[in-house]
Design a protein around this ligand. Structure first.
Ligand code: PLP
Length: 371
């Protein structure tokens, strides 16, 4: 079966917008896009020109990094744009659906609802791990995309590669499995140890989302990649904005992914993972912390007796953490990103001094008489 049989027929039939830059053929005098012939004031770069719609050098670099062919790579403004384009390409409004495992990244459902697609849910297992059988049982003919956040956000649980491959295999011809690897560099034993990117192309319905926003420290540049079967990438080309990636952002990204940049990234990932485990031990030592949830990502989600008090104390100290209490099964939790060792130390100082130690030590004794 052709994986595109899952796509929206009207998009398959659509003739894509053809930009001037895409139609060019290596000419040196460019009078086809109504650009200024002069570079902008104060810049040496040719930013008077429209950028490549899909910058070849960036695509080649990302393909090399992730072990896929360039034809398997789409680059957009963050992986968020990839999520949006996939939903738009595969879900017919009012008819199709996506499948997610809450608690998980909220953007999947938002993109689906904007598109008028339904959101089917198969919750994560008791330990916040992926429940493949529950997902498979929840797949209906309407479900075109199954989103797997691996490691998950807002709980940093990892997902075993075999679970993802079993899910994808079982859904060939029925749905795409979209694996969001935003945090995968922080998982497993090396920056790419836990990724399923190398299976892209081999498993036709497997799609992997990667981003430069987290481990690569480029959230401000807005660059993310969709790795998928070449036919899926072709479909995304039809849907994309004419020139999604600003040229300055592409330059910054290429510099960050140089050999030296890779070393810096790995070193920061290593520090982050070490700090994550230090923070885990320290937080587990606080009497009013109920549970530090397992994390393979660059954050810890912490269930506590009085999250409001912790949030207030952190805010008063000028420290922002994420209130994740609106998510199912996390109504007593905060999500704390791992910062520099100094920043993490400040978080611990504030939390050690926070009043729940006194108030909640009492509550805890009342709630759990065995203590
Ligand atoms: C941060 C994050 C992303 C990254 O989004 P970008 O648009 O690439 O910045 C993607 N998925 C999840 C689950 C995230 O937490």
């Amino acid at each position: 079966m052709n994986v595109l049989e899952l796509a929206r027929p009207d998009i398959l039939a659509l003739e894509a917008y053809s930009s001037a830059r895409a139609e060019g053929g290596g000419e040196t005098v460019l009078l086809n896009a109504n650009e200024s012939p002069w570079p902008p004031h104060g810049a040496e770069h040719p930013w008077n020109r429209y950028p490549e719609p899909q910058p070849a050098e960036l695509i080649a670099r990302l393909a090399g990094l992730h072990g896929v062919a360039p034809e398997n790579v789409f680059v957009g403004r963050g992986s968020g744009e990839g999520i949006d384009l996939l939903v738009r390409g595969f879900c017919r409004a009012g008819r199709d659906a996506i499948l997610t495992s809450p608690p998980t990244f909220g953007l999947y459902a938002v993109c689906a609802r904007v598109q008028g697609a339904d959101v089917v849910e198969a919750p994560l297992g008791a330990d916040f791990g992926l429940d493949v059988d529950a997902l498979l049982a929840a797949v209906t003919p309407a479900v075109k995309l199954v989103f797997v956040c691996a490691p998950n956000n807002p709980v940093g649980t990892g997902v075993a590669r075999d679970d993802i491959l079993r899910l994808a295999d079982a859904l060939v011809g029925r749905a795409l499995v979209v694996v969001d690897e935003a945090y995968v560099e922080f998982a497993g034993s090396g920056v790419d140890a836990a990724s399923v990117a190398t299976y892209v192309g081999e498993v036709e319905n497997l799609v992997v989302l990667r981003t430069l926003s987290k481990a690569w420290a480029l959230a401000g540049a807005r660059i993310g990649a969709v790795l998928a079967d070449a036919r899926v990438i072709g479909l995304l080309h039809k849907l994309m904005a004419p020139y999604p990636l600003p040229a300055p952002c592409v330059e910054v990204a290429l510099a960050a992914m140089s050999a030296e940049g890779c070393r810096a990234m790995r070193q920061h990932v290593e520090v982050t993972v070490t700090e994550r485990e230090r923070m885990r031990r320290a937080l587990e030592g606080l009497s009013w912390v109920r549970e530090v949830l397992p994390s393979q990502a660059n954050f810890l989600t912490v269930r506590m007796q009085d999250p409001e008090a912790a949030l207030t104390a952190l805010r008063a100290a000028g420290i922002a953490v994420r209130d994740v209490r609106r998510y199912p099964r996390l109504d007593d939790a905060l999500r704390i990103t791992i910062g520099t060792p100094g920043e993490n130390g400040r978080v611990l100082d504030v939390l050690r001094a926070v009043s729940p130690v006194r108030n909640c030590a009492v509550n805890k004794t009342l709630a759990e008489p065995r203590a």
